[in-house]
Design a protein around this ligand. Sequence first.
Ligand SMILES: C[S@@+](CC[C@H](N)C(=O)[O-])C[C@H]1O[C@@H](n2cnc3c(N)ncnc32)[C@H](O)[C@@H]1O
Length: 276
Amino acid sequence: MIPAVDGNSLIGPSATGPVIHFRDERITIYQADSTDLNMLDDASVDLIVTSPPYNLDVSYHGYQDAVPYDRYLDWVGTWARSLLRVARRGGRACLNVPLDSNKGGKRAVYADFVQIFRAAGWSYQTTIVWNEQNISRRTAWGSWMSPSAPFVTAPVEMISVFYKDEWRRPHLDRQSDIERDEFLAWTLGVWEFPGENPGKVRHPAPFPLELPRRLIRLYSYLDDLVLDPFLGSGTTAVAASTLGRRFVGVELDEEYCRTAVERLKKSQPPVAGTFP
Ligand SMILES: C[S@@+](CC[C@H](N)C(=O)[O-])C[C@H]1O[C@@H](n2cnc3c(N)ncnc32)[C@H](O)[C@@H]1O
């Protein structure tokens, strides 16, 4: 049996396996390791929306975000395979990752993710470029005003979209809730909206609610099951819940799980076709 958290007290053995921090009939939040999603059934998830750690030495609780790059990529391959197992046929995975990085030498992080996901068995569909309009941190010029070794910095992140086995999903009995204007705007692959303020959600690397909101409406039906295997402060949980999707979130750190549950409880109950 998986131990559960009731209020502030942990029921069951301290976390060696998954711990449930929140569960109702539509949403579950686990404190667990996403390289091993054994609490989730095979072929059960319709849509994955997530942003993994980027190996940029961010100060997370309980997770070391600076390891040799090869080891980092091996780790990505491990959870890419776990995600494939739990995705249903036609299930999608939307990954928010950096375009590249300068840590320990120039790395084509986004290109490496695409390669690893394909090697894990995912098929590539598309990439959305998220322009987060953040150019305030420009300090690394490489060689100032000289062609000697200039650095180009793109103030964007990538959202790469993959699928399992086949792209087209049948309608079955599930309903779509995307509006015409949203569909027209969001199927153009450059999205512009600002990033989230980490202080506001008590997490060092959150994405803004707008990111999972768009992905969930564009790529899933009402009542679909959405998974975020790197839940952090719970942004995807809030988006999925307010948009009438079922949701599973997985996060390694206990404190972030508590933050996610708090944010989820404060969010509005779903109202068909609207978003707070
Ligand atoms: C980039 S953050 C996600 C932020 C989230 N999108 C938000 O809006 O708050 C990545 C998260 O992954 C968590 N994490 C790292 N390794 C993990 C693992 N193996 N399993 C589950 N979560 C993990 C970290 O604790 C961190 O909170």
